[in-house]
Design a binder for this molecule. Structure first.
Ligand code: GLA
Length: 740
């Protein structure tokens, strides 16, 4: 929005007001002139804020849909509660600058060159266009502007918030903290926070804890999204423990760099959630005229419990986030070589695997790590992206051709942001690795990070990737990232610019991905980071799928899958069937492993060259079954049928949007005392409809233990009695609407 003077602000206000007065059709964003209130109508949710008498932007309401706009009163800033709690701090500001006695989390903190650090942001203008609203705030004295973006997605009830900070002061300004915005749930006690945490090989653990007075910080300081905490949260109230009922407020950040979400319980019973860049070690120097855009913060509300909150996010990611309409299609069944051969890849070995994989019904063959440079272990080769001539004397051509002959497409592993010190690239460009001048460089998995924030490094990475996919018929990249930042220096820049690395690195990653995808419009990409270290709504705009964890052990994976789906759709959740014994020294049976992997996007990661013959028949059947249900699994509505705290029995159900098809998976860890499972009540079906019932679990039976037809009402009220016994037993039930 081009502002030149205060006259320009006035013109914009006038234009917006005219727009409001003339339009009679439904508008998802409305400005009520009299009360100076903005109403955002996001389907099942309303989000309301206004301009208060101090001219500050103040939150009014976020929750279930309220159709009558006039019910909302004008915003009034809070009075001074005590000399220790001023109105500045107790007024629920939409985007508080740090200044004038603000003690809660600020949305923006800046330092001006004269030492002034006081920032008080007041409304100056707004602009509405269809489903987006931009509200411009300005410091009460200086030409430091913030353009707050609001986008409404009426189809899913989500709202997107972000902020663009613009320096028009004529001198440089250092942004020390830039958040996308603050949001508030209705004032009160008894809130519960859900979030996802973990570690390598143990990602996606669901945490549930009360919100007390104080700040709970969910964050990554690592330069990337992290395995440790994912940028997703959900809040509900005490007593709302039913997964399908009750109010839930939730959100997720779209950023793959260091991020933070703070959940703050104030002594005045306000619960505020603020999300954006992680302010730790943050200092973004804005030259005159320069802008900084914060990550998008996606926010949702539902009255349908945590189950519906997840399904809203699933639909949203498929409809609005995934690139090129990928969320409307289904993922191919994939084979990946990593657990089979690790670094020992070569032409003959990969062709042998590909031939066996094709026979099972696999649709995409992916060669993992080990094909390039001197990459025989994880000690060398990263950075040298030429095909290893010993392993592939004729290049990748013969393997790719054979994979195509077998009816599959071909994918390959890359780790573009990394370098091993033992590589030609590092020997040539040691300065390209992230470092502080003269300081040791901490290695992780024997590798260093390239400073992708540098333009020359960005160009180098783009060009070799472009070259690789131009010269070879590559349909898919598994894009890995196997360590976090350390020594985040950028010694080539003046000291006051160096901390830009936190933002520029991720911006350049996005730039490379965007350019590569634009140039190769059918190329698909998976985001992997030693498992689930880079899964967020920022990277998901640029990749079709993600790798949730390096832990492929089937029983652990059940917990990982369940946790993952609180925030992300099964559509993108890759799940491999791998060999045993695996993590924990556990050897779950093959049907159990298959059924676990069918809960997301199925893939095979086993060493097929070592499989006993009987596995092949079973695997063919399992893959055939998966293909018959994958549309429902990947693009349907997911119901988690068991409580996350139940480690012994887990079940999930997927229902097609028109309720005509459904599939159930159930897993028993170990039976005790001969106990049978209680009937499993299904959800989301059409009560009036009759469904055919087919059990599938790889067991040959003379009689099905279930009736062949049941009504939706019976399935949901009476439920299914599943015949699981012993240890590591699993089954699946496919339901299809039939006419009686
Ligand atoms: C990471 C990935 C694995 C595999 C290895 C290869 O750990 O998560 O799936 O690709 O790297 O080195």
């Amino acid at each position: 929005m081009p502002f030149r003077s205060s006259v320009a602000y006035l013109v914009l206000v006038f234009v917006s007001a005219t727009h409001v007065a003339s339009a009679q059709t439904f508008r998802p964003i409305r400005f009520l002139e009299k009360s100076k209130i903005f109403v955002l109508d996001a389907g099942s949710a309303s989000y309301v804020f206004g301009i208060n008498e101090q001219n500050a932007l103040q939150h009014i309401y976020w929750g279930g849909h309220v159709a009558r706009d006039e019910d909302f009163l004008a915003a009034h800033g809070s009075d001074e509660w005590a000399s220790f709690d001023l109105g500045t701090t107790t007024t629920p500001q939409e985007y508080p600058g740090w200044g004038a006695g603000l003690y809660v989390e600020p949305s923006l903190k800046v330092s001006f060159p004269d030492g002034n650090r006081d920032l008080v942001l007041h409304y100056v203008a707004h602009q509405m266009e269809g489903e987006t609203l931009t509200v411009t705030l300005k410091d009460i004295e200086r030409e430091l502007l913030v353009h707050l973006g609001y986008t409404v997605y009426p189809g899913t009830g989500l709202i997107r918030r972000e902020a663009v900070v613009e320096n028009r002061t004529g001198s440089p300004v250092v942004v020390e903290n830039a958040q996308s915005g603050a949001v508030y749930v209705p004032r009160g006690d008894g809130y519960r926070l859900r979030y996802l945490s973990g570690r390598w090989a143990g990602e996606w653990q669901l945490n549930q804890e009360p919100v007390h007075t104080g700040v709970k910080v969910l964050e990554s300081r690592r330069g990337s999204t992290s395995h440790q905490t994912n940028p997703w949260f959900a809040l509900d109230r005490d007593g709302d423990s039913d997964p399908e009922h009750g109010n839930v407020w939730f959100g997720a950040l779209g950023w793959s760099g260091s991020w933070r979400i703070s959940v703050e319980g104030t002594p005045h019973q306000q619960v505020r959630v603020t999300g954006g860049f992680n302010p730790f070690d943050f200092a973004y120097s804005l030259a005159p005229g320069e802008k900084l855009q914060t990550p998008p913060f996606y926010l949702g509300y539902t009255g349908g419990g945590i189950g519906e909150a997840s399904r809203i996010l699933h639909r949203f990611v498929r409809a609005e986030i995934l690139p090129r309409g990928s969320g409307k299609r289904t993922r191919p069944v994939l084979y990946n070589s990593w657990e089979a051969t690790e670094f020992a890849v070569d032409e003959a070995g990969q062709i042998a695997l590909a031939e066996k994989a094709a026979g099972l019904g696999v649709e995409r063959f992916v060669m993992d790590d080990g094909w390039f440079g001197q990459r025989n272990t994880d000690h060398a080769g990263l950075g040298d992206w030429y095909v290893n001539p010993k392993k592939f004397p004729n290049g990748l051509g013969p393997l790719i051709r054979r994979v195509h002959e077998l009816g599959m497409d071909f994918g390959i592993w890359v780790e573009p942001e990394m370098v091993n010190p033992d590589s030609d690239l590092y020997r040539k460009h040691p300065d390209w690795a992230m470092h502080f001048a003269g300081r040791p460089r901490t290695e992780a998995r024997n590798q260093l990070l390239l400073n992708l924030a540098r333009e020359d490094v960005r160009e180098y990475v783009f060009h070799w990737l472009d070259d690789l996919v131009t010269k070879n018929d590559i349909a898919f990249l598994k894009w890995d990232y196997n360590r976090n930042f350390s020594e985040p220096g950028w010694p080539e820049l003046p000291a006051d610019q160096q901390k830009k690395i936190w933002v520029k690195f991720t911006q350049n990653l996005y730039d490379i991905l965007d350019r590569l995808r634009a140039k190769h419009p059918t190329l698909e990409i998976e985001s992997c980071s030693g498992g689930g270290g880079r899964v967020d709504l920022g990277i998901l705009r640029r990749v079709e799928q993600v790798w949730p964890s390096d832990n492929t052990e089937a029983f652990d994976r059940l917990t990982i899958e369940q946790g993952f789906t609180y925030a992300y759709t099964p559509h993108i959740m890759m799940a491999w069937v791998t060999d045993v014994p695996n993590f924990n020294g556990r050897s779950a049976p093959l049907p159990f492993r298959f059924l676990v992997a069918m809960q997301g996007s199925l893939a095979i990661g086993s060493n097929l060259n070592k499989w006993p013959p009987e596995n092949f028949g079973l695997a063919r059947q399992m893959i055939g079954y998966y293909k018959s249900i994958r549309e429902t699994v990947q693009n349907g509505d997911l119901y988690r049928l068991t409580d996350p705290s139940d480690g012994n029995f887990k079940a999930s159900q997927y229902v097609s949007p028109d309720k005509s098809r459904s599939v159930v998976f159930a897993f028993l860890h170990s039976q005790q005392f001969g106990r049978m499972l209680p009937a499993l009540a299904l959800r989301g079906l059409d009560e009036q409809a009759t469904y055919s019932v087919a059990i599938f679990d790889g067991k040959s039976r003379s009689n099905s233990p279930l009736p062949s037809r049941l009504s939706g009402a019976y399935l949901m009220h009476r439920g299914l009695e599943l015949p699981l016994t012993g240890d590591y037993d699993a089954t699946s039930v496919k339901l299809e609407r039939v006419s009686d």
